[in-house]
Ligand binder design. Structure first.
Ligand code: PHE
Length: 341
């Protein structure tokens, strides 16, 4: 009978060798060690043996059983290990692959120039005042001495919000002057950058939305000399001390006298080039002494106080600064363009 046990052990080892997965291993376990398995079957025949042989046979049978059990356990551990190994290698992360570099944001050229101009004025003691883009026509027109019937008040020029023409998208930053003077008595020294809107067709130099910066100074004894000195300081800080400016007479309803300021072209220094269209000068802003009527309308006595105001085009200044030849580029937000500055 020991022979029979040896046979069982052999065939169990063989079956284990060809078992390909944990399922097959379990089949081997059932076949040899199960209730209806081969070892159990052999033990059942023990009764046919002479009593004195039974203990040693039983011992041998148990040895074979635990031998097969051990083999099955070893094989299944080996299978688990291989399975884990396979999983680890297939799910492995290659930490040596180069990562994706994060893209850094970039200040828009318009923001850069705006900040630069703001810093210059803040350095001269100005503070920044803000006003709404949806503005009362009263502030943008009437109180700025722009009378009924003025062309700027036409529906073809201005984006009205209400039928009664009382609210519109501001067409200049000048209403901020009124908002400041209404709240504050002189001395006043403010700048106000922001968006403005006009019904213009889009082309290389026009956009229905663009950016201005207003400036307002009101105090005792303010003169045209202060206006010129302040604006010259701005130009010299922006473009260098050697650059000349010139002031041409002009008309604005809310300043008297009014002027426009030209700056000697900073590309050709006045000789004439593509940037200044051969003129040697480029126009950068409108300005003037605050009209007495405007001061009075805000409760500031024009016999005691005087002031100057100016409005400069930030988009234009940006285009000149970086030699950009199409206004549309500033608003398209194409990274390839913006990241050049
Ligand atoms: N608001 C004027 C414009 O848009 C510019 C300006 C501002 C002129 C302040 C004089 C004083 O053209």
């Amino acid at each position: 009978m020991n022979e029979k046990l040896m046979e069982i052990q052999e065939s169990a080892l063989k079956a284990l060798k060809s078992a390909a997965d944990l399922g097959a291993l379990d089949e081997v376990r059932v076949r040899f060690l199960g209730k209806k398995g081969e070892i159990t079957a052999v033990l059942r025949t023990m009764g046919q043996l002479p009593p004195e042989e039974r203990p040693s046979f039983g011992q041998a049978a148990n040895q074979v059983r635990s031998f097969i059990e051990d083999e099955i356990r070893t094989a299944s551990q080996e299978m688990e290990r291989k399975k884990m190994e396979l999983r680890l290698s297939s799910e492995a992360i290659d930490v040596t692959i180069p990562g994706k570099a994060p893209e850094f944001g970039h200040a828009h050229p318009l923001s850069k120039v705006t900040d630069e101009v703001k810093d210059i004025f803040i350095g001269m003691g100005f503070t920044v005042a803000e006003g709404p883009e949806v503005e009362l026509s009263d502030y943008d027109f009437t109180r700025l001495n722009i009378p009924e019937g003025h062309t700027v008040r036409e529906w073809t020029d201005t984006f009205y919000i209400t039928e009664d023409e009382r609210v519109h998208l501001r067409c200049q930053t000048s209403p901020v002057q009124i908002r400041v003077m209404e709240k504050q008595q002189p001395p006043i020294r403010v700048i106000s950058p922001g968006r403005v809107y006009r019904k213009d067709e889009v082309d290389a130099t026009h956009s229905p939305m663009f950016h201005q910066m207003e400036g307002l100074v009101v105090d005792k004894g303010i003169t045209m000399g202060d206006l010129k000195g302040t604006l010259n300081a701005l130009v010299h800080k922006l473009y260098g001390d050697d650059l000349k400016t010139r002031f041409r007479p002009h008309h604005f309803p809310f300043t008297e006298p009014s002027c426009e300021m030209d700056v000697q072209c900073f590309v050709c220094k006045g000789k004439g080039c593509r940037v200044c269209k051969g003129e040697g000068w480029v126009e950068v802003l409108g300005a003037g002494m605050v009209h007495p009527k405007v001061l009075e309308g805000c409760g500031i006595d024009p016999r005691e106080y005087s002031g100057f105001a100016f409005g400069l085009g930030l988009d234009r200044l940006t285009m000149l600064r970086y030699d950009i030849n199409d206004l549309r580029l500033l608003f398209e937000n194409d990274q390839r363009f913006i990241s050049q500055f």
